[in-house]
Design a protein. Structure first.
Length: 374
């Protein structure tokens, strides 16, 4: 991506109900809170106009929460404000997240009018038993209908999220889910391992012994099966949890992994812009009171933090770390700088270096491997 471009993330913190595993900044709102939030969000969008002058938006991601819980017309209103205040590249990738049961024909029409050309559906599983564990309110048929609503309105780039390693989930459950999902006319699949975040209902139930996680070996087997199965059906892995048909990698997420700049707007949204990281306040009242000045944890990157971030992000992907690009960016010698870690990882057959690129051999254990560099 050109240095004159950046990505835009817009956070919608509202849900119909809270999933049992979720620790994102989201909640079930009252109607007046939705109205005041949209007004505040538009103020923040307008305030960002000057700082982004002369630059173009390469991709937009409307996430949450559940953006599809917004009332009719809200997404069009937000996107009209975005277009008024930002310069979008031609054919800008614009993704919106939705739950299968909160995305209908009318919303598909509205999102298409708003310019959304990519849909991300939070399915997680086709299995009602597992969906109940996750406190998801939809079923698989809702997902089938949602995909058709999108296609009927020329939203042809569709991602489906699924989750691995959920309590009560077996490998056979996963096999059935994957088969049903790849039979849908979709372009992208995100397959995430469950993360037991502190103080969520699901984590508390696991700690109390009410729910049992699959073993580590079972979780690894599920992941390996997913990678192999999706590859056989045309979904090529390009990042730990992301699989795409040819030409359908997520432009927005690729910007993150390539250390491109992004501006996060809305409650708790994270940004990396002009060499600075920050996030907006998670306090809803505080955000509404001053949406144009609510940054927290402002951190100006150093050479060292920039190096570590480039290594960490690149090694999450199947593209790997381009050694020449790293050396040119930081005027240094990667192979000498990290000689000890590289030798250790090569000896243990955990990485490979080929044609000037460092890649992790088993992305499932990437966190432990990446930690060796730091």
């Amino acid at each position: 991506m050109s240095k004159s471009q950046f990505a835009l993330y817009i956070h919608i913190p509202f849900c119909v109900s809270k999933c049992s595993y979720c620790d994102f900044c989201s909640f079930v709102p009252k109607l007046e809170q939705v109205t005041t939030y949209i007004s505040a969000l538009k103020q923040e969008i307008e305030s960002a106009k000057e700082k982004t002058k002369g630059r173009q938006v390469s991709s937009i991601y409307i996430g949450g929460g559940t953006p599809s819980t917004l009332p009719a017309g809200a997404v069009e209103e937000i996107m009209a404000c975005v277009r008024k205040n930002f310069d979008l590249v031609e054919n800008c990738s614009i993704t919106i997240e939705a739950n299968p049961n909160s995305f209908d024909s009318e919303k598909a029409k509205e999102y298409a009018r708003a310019g959304c050309n990519r849909l991300s559906l939070g399915l997680q599983s086709d299995n009602d038993k597992i969906l109940k564990v996750l406190n998801r309110a939809h079923n698989f048929n809702d997902c089938v209908n949602a995909v058709q609503f999108a296609l009927n309105n020329n939203i042809n780039d569709i991602n489906v999220d699924i989750m691995l390693g959920v309590p009560q989930q077996t490998k056979r459950d996963l096999e059935i889910t994957l088969q049903k999902v790849i039979d849908l006319p979709i372009t992208h699949i995100s397959a995430y391992g469950l993360i037991c975040e502190p103080n969520t209902p699901l984590t508390n139930a696991i700690r109390q012994g009410k729910l049992i996680l699959p073993s580590d070996d079972e979780a690894v087997e599920m992941y390996d099966y997913t990678v192999d199965f999706l590859a056989k059906h045309g979904f090529k892995r390009y990042e730990i949890s992301n699989f795409a048909k040819e030409g359908y990698r997520s432009a927005h997420n690729m910007n993150y992994w390539k250390r491109g700049e992004y501006l996060g707007l809305g409650l708790a949204a994270h940004s990396f812009y002009n060499g600075t990281h920050w996030h907006n306040t998670e306090d809803f009242t505080k955000y509404l009171q001053n949406p144009t000045n609510c940054r927290e944890d402002i951190e100006h990157e150093t050479i060292q933090t920039a190096k570590e971030e480039m290594i960490m992000l690149a090694l999450r992907t199947t593209d790997g770390l381009d050694i020449e690009k790293y050396n040119n960016t930081f005027s240094c010698d990667f192979l000498q700088e990290y000689k000890s870690a590289i030798n250790k990882l090569l000896e243990n057959d955990l990485i490979q270096i080929k044609n000037g690129v460092v890649r992790i051999k088993n992305l499932y254990i990437s966190n432990a491997i990446i930690a060796e560099f730091f």
